[in-house]
Design a protein. Structure first.
Length: 430
């Protein structure tokens, strides 16, 4: 489904409008079944009475698909871009189809992409990683050299600082793929950056790193030494296999919990220095402009955030009233998620959701709220709280603190308006 092209600053309907129209009156009350087809009703169901092709004919043999791909019936599960946002396909962004996914791991082929100069197609045998600057011994590593350092595996989310940026001034894009899809979460295999820096011998005056990409944008970002020595990885695998070209093959920097812009892809050089570098034009945009024209600097950590992925505009309720599952994602650059609350009525009442599966620091967390839908309209919201005690703010609170000039670091609470027919729309309440 294409996004609705609502480029105006028109905010969604207000909570007052919902109150006056009586939309908030209902909610979830009726107890009904799980929707299993009763045997009487199923009597004439051809899915039972007819023998299907797949039950009759031999299927394709092993290795008919040497690299497996999803079922043909899952062809809608794809990355998408927003046409009016994609001025050039090389310097642009695609979005993860969050509404189609479950659990916490993003499949490699569905990770959103953000490139400033297109995808670099690198021959790993010709790729080198150099460490120079304030080090005792400048070093150049081949991919083979990197493989000889001790390896680690970690699950981390990567979120672009511009995720939800188009929503700063009001509800705009109809689907969590577009409002929140600049995030992915995979298992990385790599070497601690600390080991490589130790090998080169960092001088006492060294305080900053300038990693650089091998793509045509030669993307760079200044990273403080404490972070580099703490938990940064130089990663060559994602979800067990080589990084995809889109994600920086053969090697990328992993900067856990910090804005995606710093996770340099196609990593070819790390310069060590004693102060941050002047950012280039393209990357200097990653600064948050406040209402008075001044800027917030060094906003590296991605704040606590969550979104309901289903139901959502691209994933309406299509089974009618009764038992239903609300499913969503929460994450924080500060560590683990402690709790997620869900509201069915635009933030008046909250219920604690069920966090399910592993809870890993700086990774996505999956939450569910199982409920009975009585068929009345809902204003769905989720609010995450992280282990550092940060609570996800409302969009109003965020704008009161930061104005509406910003694009970056929008972690405000998202509202989905579920209508009586089960369709869902992006709205705002205040
Ligand atoms: N690294 C290089 N070399 N070139 C780039 O254009 N884009 C950055 C970062 N690293 C970029 C880069 C931005 S803004 C983001 S959000 C992440 O990569 C996106 O990573 P992904 O494409 O794996 O989702
Ligand atoms: Co980015």
């Amino acid at each position: 489904m294409p996004p609705q092209n609502r480029k105006t600053d028109r905010p969604g309907p207000s909570r007052r409008q919902f109150l006056s129209s009586g939309l908030l009156a209902g909610g979830a009350a009726v107890a009904t079944g799980f929707g299993a087809t009763r045997s009487a009703a199923a009597a004439g169901d051809p899915a039972i009475t007819e023998i299907q092709d797949w039950n009759r004919y031999l299927g394709e043999g092993v290795v008919s698909r040497p690299y497996g791909v999803p079922s043909q019936f899952e062809s809608q599960v794809i990355r998408r871009d927003v046409e009016w946002l994609t001025a050039s396909r090389e310097s642009s962004v695609s979005f993860t189809p969050l509404h189609e996914l479950d659990g916490i791991i993003t499949p490699n082929g569905l990770c959103f992409e953000r490139h400033h100069a297109g995808i670099a197609e690198i021959d790993p045998s010709k790729h080198r990683l150099m460490i120079n600057g304030l080090v005792d011994t400048p070093l150049v590593f081949t991919m083979q050299d990197l493989m000889r350092f001790p390896r680690e595996n970690h699950v981390y989310f990567l979120e672009c600082a511009a995720n939800s940026g188009m929503e700063w001034r009001g509800a705009q894009l109809n689907g969590c793929q577009y409002t929140h899809g600049m995030v992915h979460c995979v298992v990385y295999t790599g070497v601690r950056l600390k080991h490589l820096l130790d090998e080169a011998g960092v001088k006492p005056s060294a305080k900053w790193l300038l990693p650089e990409g091998a793509d045509a944008s030669a993307m760079t970002r200044s990273i403080p030494m404490e972070k580099a020595l703490d938990d940064c990885l130089v990663a060559f695998k994602m979800n067990g296999e080589a990084l995809r070209p889109e994600q920086g093959y053969p090697v990328r920097l992993v900067v856990p919990g910090w804005e995606g812009n710093m996770w340099i892809k196609w990593l070819r050089r790390i310069e060590v220095g004693d102060q941050p570098w002047q950012q280039r034009e393209e990357t200097s945009k990653y600064t948050d402009l406040l209402a008075n024209g001044t800027a917030r600097r060094f906003t590296w950590v991605m704040d606590v955030k969550s979104v309901i992925t289903s139901p959502s505009p691209q994933a309406p309720i299509n089974h009618g009233r009764g038992k239903a599952v609300i499913s969503g994602l929460a994450w924080s650059g500060n560590g683990r998620i402690k709790r997620v609350d869900v509201s069915l009525d635009g933030g008046r009442n909250w219920t604690t959701a069920r966090l399910d599966g592993v809870s890993l620091p700086k990774a996505l967390h999956r939450f569910y709220l199982d409920f009975d839908w009585d068929g009345s309209p809902l204003l769905l919201q989720s609010r995450a709280i992280d282990e550092a005690g940060f609570v996800q703010p409302t969009k109003d609170a965020l704008r009161a603190a930061r104005g509406s000039n910003s694009i970056y670091h929008n972690n405000g609470i998202q509202t989905w308006h579920v209508k009586a027919d089960g369709t869902v729309e992006n709205v705002e309440v205040s």
